[in-house]
Design a protein around this ligand. Structure first.
Ligand SMILES: Cc1cc2nc3c(=O)[nH]c(=O)nc-3n(C[C@H](O)[C@H](O)[C@H](O)COP(=O)(O)O)c2cc1C
Length: 354
């Protein structure tokens, strides 16, 4: 078995690592060609491809690509990048021999781990129960701008630039799958030691939102009165906040959960640990906001729970280990979402110390 490095150049291997989809070409014993798009992972000496069809629907041995490989192990895999900017076009073609790795072999298990590492979707699929296709590369050819970075920019920046804080919502239900998409994005936020020190309480019922509004309102009333605000202003602001909570079809309360974090004997490091958890909570919130926007929803952020966490936890009957922090409102904007707030110029925010 030849190491990939002896077959593929460094730039070709790097290109393969970055790409998500390839086309696998096989042929039967008569030389009749067949090609399918596949997900793949590159290892030191092989390229692995999972067979993810449910065995009950189609036994994997009946798949055309599998039958072809059994009849004729010579295959070609092509990995390409298309872009409207033709300066970015590129492809790598790998030729080699394919074999099937049986379940319960060490190499098959390693291939499954590698594929799951690259594609999280495989975590929920029983690909370990099927053989894995292993291509042992023998030759490679490539063309184009292999070294150009992938143009993820516009796709990531679109929701970053498009999102706005929304504070008035239509009485329109948020579909459950969209809500779950938003929560899923939050789940994938970076976190200290990967411990995910946050939990999400989802509120949709009028009565629950009302309880929350009342609990936070009492605290806010006391604070506004302490600030010397007039009764009229206090009432107006409280009613505005209450309406905002009740009108939003979904509220997601993001709570800090510190139980899984490292414990230190000194206060300073413990404080650092908590700060990291709060930073990560912000990342989870931002993932949620961006995904809400990307899913056609509107969203807003309310800080109120941070100022009365115990009251909020009590009103919602939360586990005492959950510390309410940020409240996200979700729904569909009533009217045009507000204009984009301006931002400071980058040179006010960045210092370069080369
Ligand atoms: C930690 C944090 C707390 C916030 N709390 C509130 C809040 O209590 N009420 C509110 O209307 N907006 C709140 N916001 C939203 C900001 O006001 C808003 O993000 C900012 O004005 C920029 O506007 P944009 O989100 O539309 O770009 C909060 C934002 C953050 C990051």
């Amino acid at each position: 078995m030849r190491a990939i490095a002896n077959v593929l150049g460094e730039d070709e291997a790097a290109f393969l690592v970055r790409q998500r989809v390839a086309r696998l070409a096989t042929s039967d014993r008569m030389g009749k060609p067949h090609a399918v798009p596949v997900c793949f992972a590159l290892a030191r000496a092989s390229i692995f491809i999972a067979l993810d069809e449910k065995p009950k629907d189609v036994p994997v041995t009946r798949l055309k690509r599998v039958r072809n490989i059994l009849e004729n192990p010579d295959v070609a895999l092509i990995v390409d990048r298309y872009d409207e900017d033709w300066n970015l076009l590129a492809f790598v073609m790998v030729r080699g021999r394919a074999e099937l790795l049986d379940p319960d072999t060490e190499e098959q298990a390693a291939a499954v781990r590698l594929l799951r590492g690259k594609y999280h979707q495989y975590e929920a699929m029983r690909i370990e129960e099927n053989p894995i296709i292993a291509i042992r590369p023998e030759r490679a050819a490539s063309w184009g701008a292999l070294d150009e970075p992938e143009s993820f920019g516009p796709r990531v920046l679109d929701p970053i630039h498009g999102r706005r804080s929304v504070r008035r919502y239509l009485q329109k239900t948020v579909p459950k799958d969209l809500l779950e998409r938003v929560l899923e994005a939050a789940r994938w936020a970076p976190s200290p030691h990967g411990r995910q020190p946050w939990r999400f309480a989802v509120l949709t019922k009028e009565a629950t939102k009302e309880r929350l509004a009342r609990a936070m309102g009492e605290e806010w009333r006391a604070n506004l009165e302490m600030d010397g605000q007039s009764v009229k202003i206090v009432e107006k602001r409280l009613e505005g906040s209450r309406r905002r909570l009740l009108d939003a079809p979904v509220l997601v309360l993001i709570c800090l959960y510190l139980e899984d974090l490292d414990a230190y004997p000194d206060e300073e490091r413990q404080r650092g640990e908590t700060t990291m958890a709060v930073q990560s909570l912000g990342a989870a919130a931002q993932n949620a906001l961006l995904t809400a926007y990307d899913s056609g929803l509107d969203a807003g952020w309310m800080c109120a729970p941070l100022f009365c966490p115990e009251r909020v936890a009590e009103a919602l009957g939360l586990d005492p280990n959950l510390v309410p922090h940020a409240l996200l409102t979700l729904g569909y904007a009533d009217g045009d979402p507000p204009k984009r707030r301006s931002r400071k110029a980058l040179d006010e925010l960045v210092v370069y110390r080369d």
